[in-house]
Design a protein around this ligand. Structure first.
Ligand SMILES: Cc1ncc(COP(=O)(O)O)c(C=O)c1O
Length: 384
């Protein structure tokens, strides 16, 4: 018998309540029942996004929501600033170039955070940027950028601030309105505790004003169509929605409301800290910064002499724990423990145990139980 622990930063584990909700008989989307559900989830999303703005959503993965934030804000030739220190920052750049934007790239090494002061300098140089694209939680490295500081800079400029919070929304603090983030995009399969298949975008008034001028062609991802549906007396979507995922979202939002945002972020901070401390106690080296903001993903340098494929396969096939490998230029050099969403201390303890067992089996020297003991101490201190 094998128990499976999916410890990747997307897809993530799904609570039974949410799975059961998704298994309900389908309802028709042009009915009062669906309108009520739809209106309720839009309100629930505002709470998690910490915004008063409409939150639009699409039947797409997170990249669809990212693409929507390029095609709805941009016009060919617009100058935009893209900040990147990982695979998903690079995706903003690829999207901007795909649609003919003139994208200036502020690029940092994988594992480094974006420096807000560089954004201030770039915006002050008179280039007339229309938008600044950043990544909140850079899933490929575990870095969580200082969106609050970036928002404080961008708000005084013409540019709108767009943050990719696909893995960070609901696991690392992000105060959309208070921090002046004009557009936040997210996806369903991370801290929202759902299967893959929904992409979200919250849009501020400043962003809507830019969207009014946008000339990039769009149809399915057109924000105006989505907003018109939300604003109807009986709210609905312009196209057939992912009905079962919307029902599941309703259940997930209920769980998040019941837990409360403060507890939810405290739980994630504890898991991040326990993971980092355990890794250090095992004598391994963190790749993600040792920073309490990094509460979605913990990334770890592959110990010398240990093969990435062997380690992760052993952890998965023998101990049932699936962690993620590195992406892009980090492939083979790091592994990543995802803890965004339906996770608590028990998942972290099991993951660290499996890591210790697998490393010992691969001949890597370590003191048995050192990582688990340290994680336990942290959870005790955090009151988890
Ligand atoms: C930060 C970030 N942005 C964008 C994406 C892309 O989302 P999707 O794979 O759902 O299209 C991911 C997925 O891992 C992500 O973590």
């Amino acid at each position: 018998m094998k128990k499976r622990f999916l410890m990747t930063p997307g897809p993530t584990q799904i609570p039974p309540e949410v799975l059961l909700a998704a298994a309900q008989p389908i309802i028709h989307h042009r009915t009062a029942e669906y309108s009520e559900l739809f209106a309720r989830v839009i309100e629930g999303l505002k709470l998690v996004f910490q915004t008063e703005n409409d939150v639009l959503f699409f039947a797409s993965s997170g990249t669809g929501a990212m693409e929507s934030a390029v095609v709805n804000l941009g016009s060919p030739g617009d100058r935009v600033l893209v900040c990147s220190s990982g695979k998903f920052g690079e995706r903003w750049h690829q999207l901007a170039e795909t649609y003919g934007l003139e994208a200036e790239l502020l690029s940092y090494e994988y594992g480094q955070p974006v420096k807000p002061e560089d954004i201030a300098d770039a915006l002050d140089d008179g280039a007339g940027y229309k938008a600044v694209y950043v990544t909140h939680s850079e899933t490929s490295t575990g870095v969580v950028n200082d969106i609050e500081a970036i928002g404080a800079i961008v708000k005084d400029h013409e540019a709108v601030l767009v943050a990719d919070a696909v893995s960070g929304l609901g696991s690392a603090e992000l105060k959309t309105d208070e921090w002046h983030v004009d557009v936040v995009v997210a996806g369903s399969q991370k801290a929202l505790m759902l299967p893959p298949g929904l992409g979200f975008a919250s849009v501020s008034e400043k962003a809507w004003a830019l969207a009014e001028q946008s000339t990039i062609p769009k149809y399915y991802l057109d924000w105006k169509k989505a907003r018109a549906g939300i604003r109807q007396e009986k709210p609905t979507t312009p196209f057939t929605p992912a009905v079962s995922l919307t029902v599941a979202l309703d259940a997930a939002l209920k769980m998040m409301r019941e837990e409360g945002l403060d507890s939810l972020f405290a739980r994630h901070r504890a898991m991040g800290r326990a993971s980092r401390e355990a890794i250090k106690a095992m004598g391994l080296e963190l790749f993600s910064p040792d920073d309490e903001r990094c509460s979605s993903v913990t990334s770890v340098l592959m110990p010398a002499g240990v093969d990435d494929g062997q380690l992760r396969t052993l952890m998965r096939d023998k101990y049932g724990v699936q962690v993620a490998g590195g992406q892009g230029s980090m492939k083979g050099n790091i592994f990543r423990i995802g803890h965004c969403g339906y996770y608590n201390y028990s998942d972290i303890i099991v993951t660290i145990t499996a890591l210790e067992l697998a490393l010992r089996e691969l001949g890597h020297p370590l003191e048995p139980g050192a990582g688990v003991a340290r994680a336990e101490e942290v959870f005790a201190e955090e009151g988890s």
